[in-house]
Design a protein around this ligand. Structure first.
Ligand SMILES: [Zn+2]
Length: 426
């Protein structure tokens, strides 16, 4: 039997934190809510400085208290920070944080940490993903907000596999986690349509980071280089971070792999209906054009925007179901129909970045099975998304060519050494 605590109630450790928080609210709530909203720093330099500066210099370390927790579904910034900061301050922080991280994107299950001393808030840290943390630090009456990379000890590993059915299975057979399939597909998402182009005999090789914290394996990091042979054609990708800190994938000649549109809005799906001007409709039993591409995928598969843009429509309609329309550059628009639900933070007017998850596969509206009907228009007229001419992002600039060559020479050697080792042990 569980031992009741001294209040005579059974309280889980997680609940106990919230009991503690509640007590703090009751004790300090009045004090904090009356205080003036703190001044905010405006320039990125100052932000950086505020984050880097140790604000605990004059504080006895034993005085600092730290609360850790994870976001529950529906938790907002005011739920979590409310006990420590006045609402007005939280709203200002929310606004100030937007360019770095939107508070509407706090995710269920992601850990956070709040530190404070006596009645004063010191900092808030939140793990955005396995690469970045959001750090909000108070320094006197000012706040610094930054997205900071999580520090890991990195080891590199080469993974090779041949595909029989799909990438995930191939990875599993090679003793690697199938989750790497998504990262690999993302790299070639502009050139290979993983919904229709993959065939038996395709193969790949990648140089991937393995992350360790205090010697303990924390999972895979970035893919540094990859070679993918699809239908006998070889695609190569090398990661390179330019002097401005922008990372991207390039081919051997320094051409960016990134193009204006992703090849498809869902990964590892199956095309069940192509773009056509005439089609027999399975439900309406009439012939009518299908100015889109249907991708069948399991319920709740993430749907990604194929390009940067702004949401112009987000609504429910008897035919299209839950759908989103996004306006891109040069008169292009894309729409995604039959969603089961929208991704968090999506609404009309929101800007999205290529690859952002905007919703999840469903069969709302007029649909026989789970799929996304993907449509593209240019200046209002339907275009076939599988046939548009793609424009590539900027290549490596000439003053970076030397550094780029050095970087890819290193990656190539790693990949080649692994391949020859594999050959000799075969
Ligand atoms: Zn369709």
């Amino acid at each position: 039997m569980e031992k009741p605590d001294d209040t005579g109630m059974l309280i889980s450790p997680e609940k106990r934190i919230w009991v503690a928080v509640l007590v703090l609210v009751l004790v300090w709530g009045g004090l904090l809510c009356d205080s003036d909203a703190a001044a905010f720093s405006r320039t990125p330099e100052l932000q950086k400085e505020l984050i880097d500066r140790d604000v605990t210099d004059n504080i006895d370390p034993s005085e600092i208290k730290i609360i850790t927790g994870v976001f529950n579904g529906g938790d907002t910034a005011s739920c979590v920070l409310g006990p420590f900061l006045p609402l007005q301050t939280i709203y200002s922080l929310e606004k100030q944080s937007r360019p770095v991280f939107s508070f509407s994107r706090f995710k269920k299950g992601q850990p956070f940490q709040i530190s404070f001393v006596q009645d004063a808030f010191l900092s808030f840290e939140y793990e955005i993903d396995d690469q970045y943390r959001l750090v909000i630090k108070k320094n006197k009456e000012r706040f610094g907000i930054a997205r900071v990379p999580i520090q890991y000890e990195i080891r590199e590993q080469v993974i090779s596999a041949e595909i029989e059915s799909n990438i995930s299975v191939a990875l599993k057979q090679a003793g690697q986690p199938p989750s790497l399939a998504g990262d690999l597909a993302d790299i070639f998402a502009w050139d290979i349509d993983f919904a229709k182009d993959i065939q038996s005999g395709d193969r790949f090789q990648m140089l991937v980071e393995k992350r360790f914290k205090k010697g303990e394996f924390q999972g895979y990091g970035q893919i540094l280089a990859a070679v993918f042979v699809n239908k006998g054609r070889e695609y190569k990708a090398f990661q390179y971070t330019d002097t401005r800190g922008h990372a991207g994938y390039y081919d051997e000649n320094g051409r960016s792999l990134q193009k204006a549109f992703l090849k498809s809005p869902v990964k590892f799906s199956k095309i069940t209906s192509y773009f056509s001007t005439e089609r027999f409709h399975p439900i309406l039993k009439t012939s009518r054009p299908h100015p889109g591409v249907d991708y069948a995928a399991p319920k709740n598969t993430p749907i990604k925007t194929v390009a940067d843009g702004t949401i112009t429509q987000m609504a429910y309609n008897n035919t299209m179901g839950r759908y989103i329309t996004i306006r891109h550059f040069n008169g292009y628009e894309t729409s995604y129909y039959h969603m089961n639900s929208y991704a968090r933070g999506m609404k009309k007017g929101v800007s999205v970045v290529q690859g952002d998850v905007i919703g999840y596969v469903g069969k709302t509206g007029l649909a026989t099975g789970y799929h996304v009907c993907f449509r593209m228009t240019k200046n209002g007229s339907p275009v076939n998304p599988l046939k548009i001419a793609q424009t590539a992002a900027s290549p490596i600039s000439s003053n970076e060519k030397q550094q780029f060559s050095k970087t890819i020479a290193y990656y190539r050697e790693k990949l080649m050494t692994a391949e020859s080792l594999a050959r000799t042990t075969r």
